[in-house]
Design a protein around this ligand. Structure first.
Ligand code: MLT
Length: 332
């Protein structure tokens, strides 16, 4: 579905034969607030789209879930009432279970891993699967970093410390089971409700990358951070497949090229900004703890019990083994 909003590109520009008088402006939903990886990915995409299309296509970002909660934007894009969305991959998993492989705890162990998996053959297969399952096409990949645990009650560095905390998780079975493997029953909640729930102490904590903690101003309502590395947050840029299919081959290629440029920009943004943002959070009064014993207890509990529970759902253990092989790791 093309949006009906059309922008006058300017009389002077119209006079130049090769530049269109009107730009098609697409609506791009963004789950997070300003300053995070999602916004950086979106801005880079819009800039590249304008360049690739010679000004014929552009986009407008709607931050902070203005166009709906992240999971709802997948449905909206699939039904053609929304053009694009940028969201965490865990919020696509309910609609396309195979991408859950990237949310299994301790599968992606670094930014290099995240880039390798998403930009290689595994990522290409996930794109096709998501089109088939969910009616949306991943055209760019954002990278936000590891989902660290934040809470307002106490420093946490062991699984024992975690007991008694009420932790919000996305509505994602894998993430729910991960916390269960650590002995607590987390609270599944939509992303858009999370800040208020932390503020009103309906929940004590949540996990998300430094970049997101900062973009969502969680430092105002959270004190402690635990540097968990169970999930490296990947934030895809999706387009409505109905919209994509309605475009000409040239327009499709321009959108794909802009998505690739945005992917590169997002990877660079995280590498350049993450440690600065981490320091800023400390400057704002947050205390950061490392998990005890190199996180060994967290890792053993999560990989030992969570992985096998989801083999069927992600399409078989061979899907996980394909990801591990692409990262040079041993199969399970
Ligand atoms: C979530 O926790 O639901 C997501 O990770 C939020 C996000 O997109 O940053």
């Amino acid at each position: 579905m093309k949006t009906t909003i059309r922008l006058l590109a300017g009389t002077a520009i119209c006079l130049m034969a090769s530049v269109p008088a009107f730009a098609e402006e697409y609506r791009i939903a963004v789950g997070d607030g300003a300053g995070g990886t999602q916004e950086a990915l979106g801005k880079a995409f819009v800039e590249a789209l304008e360049k690739e299309s010679g000004g014929a296509m552009t986009g407008k970002l709607f931050l902070n879930g203005q166009l709906g909660d992240e999971q709802d934007t997948v449905t909206a894009a699939a039904t053609g009432t929304l053009d694009f969305s940028i969201l965490a991959i865990n919020n696509i998993t309910p609609f396309s279970p195979s991408v859950g492989t990237l949310t299994l705890p301790y599968v992606i162990l670094s930014q290099d891993d995240a880039e390798k998996v998403t930009q290689g053959e595994v990522g290409r297969r996930m794109v096709e699967q998501t089109v088939e399952d969910a009616g949306v096409r991943i055209i760019g990949w954002g990278y936000s970093g590891f989902r660290v645990l934040t809470n307002s009650s106490k420093p946490v560095s062991t699984v024992a410390d975690l007991q008694g905390l009420v932790v919000r998780v996305p509505k994602n079975e894998i993430m729910i089971e991960t916390y269960k493997s650590w002995g607590i029953n987390p609270t599944p909640m939509a992303w858009g409700e999370t800040f208020a729930a932390l503020q009103q102490k309906v929940v004590d904590g949540q996990d998300n990358p430094y970049m997101t903690v900062n973009a969502m101003k969680f430092y105002e309502v959270q004190k402690y951070i635990t540097d968990l590395r169970h999930i490296f947050s990947i934030e895809p840029l999706i387009v409505s497949e109905a919209l994509f299919e309605s475009l000409s081959d040239d327009e499709q290629q321009q959108i794909l090229a802009a998505g690739q440029a945005a992917t590169k920009a997002s990877a660079a943004f995280l590498r350049e900004q993450e440690s600065r943002i981490r320091d800023e959070l400390v400057g704002r009064g947050m205390e950061i703890a490392k998990p005890a014993d190199d996180e060994k207890e967290f890792i053993a509990l999560a990989t030992g019990t969570v992985w096998p529970k989801f083999y069927d759902q992600i399409g078989g253990v061979e899907v996980l083994n394909g990801v591990l092989a692409s990262l040079g790791r041993d199969p399970v």
